[in-house]
Design a protein around this ligand. Structure first.
Ligand code: NAD
Ligand code: MN
Length: 363
């Protein structure tokens, strides 16, 4: 029997509701598996911790996570603490501390979801966005001077390293190669940003030569937003910088029906450190504490975690459970136009897992 050590970090807002839901699904799996079990450790880091200790997580927090097999994360963001403090003090500290340089964001229109594009059939939208997750516009380089004076100045300097660009592009080409269409779109902005993005394009061309079977093209980020809306079927795997992919992936999530469904994996592909899995949504201040959050984004993140752990049978089982739930409008939460609660959706997913575990987990 394999034991996976999982850290759970609910964080703030609806993170505190959806992470326990994700854990429930993992427990439902483990209860019916002879092959694996989970050992959970929960960390109460986030806004409440900040109010008590003045930091979002302890200085040696990464050491407590280092020996875990994976991290399930909720959201960082508190209505009473500036967003740059909550984000940099917790989520980015973990992503950057563990060099989780590949942020992977699959998007599909799940069964039963009424997506906003009227001409887009579910089969037309099946994307994976790869976001550079360790440098670029979010490298944290910059500063402010003359604060409070008329000549105040502020900079955020984007940093692109050849090694950093090469590794994420190679990851994206490899991922594209593993998908049926073997199709990659490299997002750029090398018309206006004439240094780093030009290097990005050059490296894309170099890396592409290692993948002769992958068809690839380049698209400027602004044009890419229009292409996502007008010609969704022309896209499959997409790779972009930290900022560009951050924005494109929220658009992708909305085009697939809701921010509440979309998952993400922050991967260290070399497996030197634990990888982290989380829904792409934030703390959702408007609905937090009410039991109304859609837990599907977290369940799909759990699917990605199981895939990363090599438990493909379990991953498929949870994905099937998700699709059963989305196909049933009476199990839609408010973001999907329904009135189901987090607990109802979670129970339905856990019941599906229990009912279908035998053949699925035995395989
Ligand atoms: P948000 O994702 O929290 O909410 C945007 C809208 O989508 C809200 O109306 C919300 O109710 C809805 N929504 C989001 N997830 C939902 C779900 N699972 N079920 C139902 N409805 C859902 O984005 P925001 O309002 O821009 O940010 C709020 C806070 O969260 C901010 O502090 C922000 O910094 C933080 N944030 C954190 C992360 C993260 O930790 N990864 C990501 C995004 C935002
Ligand atoms: Mn974002």
């Amino acid at each position: 029997m394999k034991t996976y050590r999982i850290a759970t970090i609910p964080g703030d807002g609806i993170g505190k509701e959806v992470v326990p839901a994700g854990r429930q699904a993992l427990e439902a799996l483990a209860a019916r598996s002879d092959a694996f079990r989970f050992e959970f450790e929960n960390f109460d880091w986030g806004g409440d911790y900040y109010r008590q200790h003045g930091v979002m997580m302890p200085a040696d927090g990464l050491d407590a996570l280092r020996d875990k097999d994976a991290i399930l994360f909720g959201s960082a963001g508190d209505p009473h603490i500036p967003d740059h403090i909550t984000l940099w003090g917790l989520r980015l500290k973990i992503c950057q501390g563990f060099d989780q340089y590949a942020n992977v964001r699959p998007t599909r229109i799940l069964p039963g979801i009424d997506a906003p594009l009227k001409r887009c059939k579910p089969a037309d939208l099946d994307w994976v966005i790869v976001r550079e997750n360790s440098e670029g516009e979010y490298a944290g380089i910059g500063g402010r001077a003359h604060q409070g004076h008329p000549i105040e100045v502020a900079t955020d300097v984007s940093i692109m390293t050849r090694a950093g660009v090469e590794r994420v592009l190679r990851f994206a080409f490899r991922l594209a190669q593993s998908r049926p269409r073997k199709l990659l779109t490299v997002i750029t902005k090398s018309n206006a940003q004439r240094h780093a993005m030009v290097m990005w394009d050059e490296i894309a061309l170099q890396v592409s030569r290692e993948f002769p079977d992958v068809k690839w093209d380049k698209e400027l980020v602004d044009a890419a937003t229009a292409r996502m809306v007008n010609r969704p079927a022309s896209l499959d795997t997409i790779v972009a910088t930290n900022l560009h992919a951050d924005i494109l992936s929220d658009l992708a999530a909305a085009l697939a029906g809701s921010l509440g469904i979309a998952p993400t994996a922050n991967l260290d592909p070399e497996r030197r450190y634990p990888s982290m899995f989380e829904p792409i949504h934030g703390s959702a201040f408007d609905i937090m504490g009410k039991g109304l959050a859609n837990p599907v984004g977290t369940f799909w993140s759990v699917v990605m975690m199981l895939e990363h752990l090599g438990e493909t049978g379990a991953a498929k089982l949870v994905m099937n459970a998700i699709e059963q739930v989305t196909a049933n409008p009476s199990l839609h939460t408010g973001d999907l136009g329904g009135n189901a609660t987090t607990a109802q959706v979670t129970d339905a997913v856990c019941q599906h897992i229990a009912a279908h575990a035998r053949p699925a987990l035995a395989a």
